[in-house]
Write a protein that binds this ligand. Structure first.
Ligand SMILES: [Zn+2]
Length: 93
């Protein structure tokens, strides 16, 4: 079984935002701008899997909002406000 369909970086829910924000990788601890997050593909059992990955060599951090989290504690609140989804319990990093 093999698939020819390639994963779509734009459709990935963990893609970095259009407007760059500073992020910290929880895997390697490095702090950098989110535009540096790289799309990486690998072939597993004939299927091409893709994901947004930490640009640090040897780090396996994956996904904006997963392993790469914004350093701005207000970032998520701003995103929520954009979606008019106001959380009563807004925890600070
Ligand atoms: Zn990392």
């Amino acid at each position: 079984m093999s698939r020819t369909q390639k994963p779509d970086p734009e459709a990935d829910p963990f893609a970095p935002p259009d407007i760059t924000t500073e992020v910290r990788c929880t895997q390697c601890g490095r702090i950098y701008e989110s535009y540096l997050i790289q799309w990486a593909e690998q072939q597993v059992d004939g299927e091409v899997l893709g994901g947004w990955a930490c640009p640090t060599a040897g780090c396996n951090g994956q996904g904006f909002g997963q392993d790469m989290v914004p350093t701005d504690p207000d970032y998520l609140a701003k995103q929520d406000a954009a979606f008019k989804d106001i959380r009563p319990d807004d925890s600070v990093f």
